[in-house]
Design a protein around this ligand. Structure first.
Ligand SMILES: O=C(O)CCC(=O)C(=O)O
Ligand SMILES: [Fe+2]
Length: 314
């Protein structure tokens, strides 16, 4: 069965410039070139695995009225539940700031606090965001544009999204927990419980089932990175099909450019033979456009796959 590449990030002493780093960097470049996606093995995540999924169960087991207290005025932030009631999510913006996680996911629900839960999620975010920075630096190095790493990293906002896909109703067909889409952000890191369902579309349109091991993050390249690289690398379309008779929990860390930052393809990647394909854009402005299109029923017209590219094509 086809599997996306699995790359080991657990090696000690993997510093930029070391032979270990360069080897992993080479594997990352090959994987993102071929699939826009790979599994990243990070041993340390095993230390938080049980508490992380314990925390997600605790959150989603709360009464609906309580969950609805996790609110926000922006689309896809706060608590949301699908019309079938089977897919639920809770999102926190700027999740690398521990107080935000505490405020949105802990003190809102447990006014007296729930230190175990918030500390678990904060350690998880720490691990995942470190991995994101490492992968980004490797990709930029592989294109010879590593001098932009700090600028991009400093302009990144991390959204944490906790997701629950309830088990399908008896005798129903596999349900698309999330329909096919490409992530429009910079990079997504996913971590799931033992229930599979994530599928990635490869370059010839076949769906590959992702069956991550207990210590793998699934790393997905988003459209923002593809646009920033002047169309190099593509963001893979993916979906979640729920077939098992168990609840699936996943946590996503979505790295994206902050509002007010103009993402612009670096001049090093543009020349007479490679003209600039995309106009500079502000991700927050784009997001407003994107969610408006979705609210107006645009999802059916393919916007879920190529929104950012259509938005900023020259
Ligand atoms: O739950 C998953 O594994 C995938 C979620 C996803 O693709 C998304 O939220 O964009
Ligand atoms: Fe996604």
């Amino acid at each position: 069965m086809a599997r996306v590449p699995v790359i080991d990030f657990s090696k000690k002493g993997m510093k930029p410039g070391s032979p270990e780093w360069d080897l992993v960097k080479f594997q990352v470049r090959e994987a993102v070139e071929a699939y826009g996606c790979f599994e990243a093995l990070v041993d340390q995540v095993l230390e938080v695995r049980q508490p992380v999924f314990g925390a997600l169960e605790q959150l989603f087991d709360l009464p609906l009225q309580t969950k609805k207290l996790c609110v926000s005025d922006k689309p896809f932030r706060g608590y949301s539940v699908s019309s079938s009631g089977l897919f639920e999510s809770m999102s926190v913006d700027d999740a690398h700031i521990a107080e935000n996680v505490e405020r949105c996911l802990t003190t809102t629900f447990w006014p007296q606090g729930n230190t175990n839960l918030s500390e678990t999620l904060v350690s998880f975010i720490q691990l995942a965001s470190e991995l994101e920075k490492t992968v980004l630096r490797m990709i930029l190095e592989s294109f010879g544009v590593e001098k932009y790493t700090d600028e991009l990293t400093e302009s990144t906002n991390y959204q944490l999204r906790a997701m629950k896909y309830g088990k399908p109703k008896p005798c129903s067909d596999p349900s698309p927990g999330i329909v096919a889409h490409c992530d429009q952000n910079m990079m997504t890191l996913l971590y799931q419980n033992e229930v599979n369902g994530l599928e990635i579309e490869n370059k010839v349109g076949e769906w590959i089932s992702i069956r991550p091991s207990l210590h793998s993050f699934v790393v997905i390249i988003g459209e923002t990175l593809s646009v920033w690289l002047n169309g190099a690398l593509s963001s893979p379309c993916h979906r979640v099909m729920i077939k098992e008779n168990k609840d699936r929990y996943s946590l996503g860390l979505f790295a994206r450019m902050r509002g007010g930052y103009l993402a612009k393809t670096p001049k090093e990647l543009v020349d007479d033979n490679n003209p600039m394909l995309f106009k500079p854009f502000d991700y927050e402005e784009f997001s407003k456009f994107y969610y408006t299109q979705i609210a107006q029923g645009g999802a059916a017209s393919g916007i879920l796959r190529s929104a950012l590219k259509s938005y900023c094509t020259v």
